[in-house]
Design a protein around this ligand. Structure first.
Ligand SMILES: [Zn+2]
Ligand SMILES: [Zn+2]
Length: 70
């Protein structure tokens, strides 16, 4: 039984869709493709920064930090 929690950001996939290209791996400007995305090097995915690429987190983390409490 794993000790960690399943990463809520990548759901254990260890990678997330690149926010720059939206997971396509390509960059486009006004509908015109301008080459591979530099952020993810054209893969469309990048390592999850929430779990560091492990797919699990040591403790439960909250992603919606903008939500105010109290
Ligand atoms: Zn990308
Ligand atoms: Zn993750």
């Amino acid at each position: 039984m794993p000790n960690g929690f399943l990463c809520p950001k990548c759901h254990g996939q260890r990678t997330i869709s690149c926010p720059i290209c939206g997971g396509t791996g390509k960059r486009s400007l006004a509908g015109i493709p301008i080459g591979a995305c530099k952020e993810c090097k054209g893969s469309g995915h990048e390592r999850c920064d929430a779990c560091g690429g492990s797919g699990e987190v040591e403790r439960e983390i909250e992603l919606n930090s903008t939500q105010t409490k109290g």
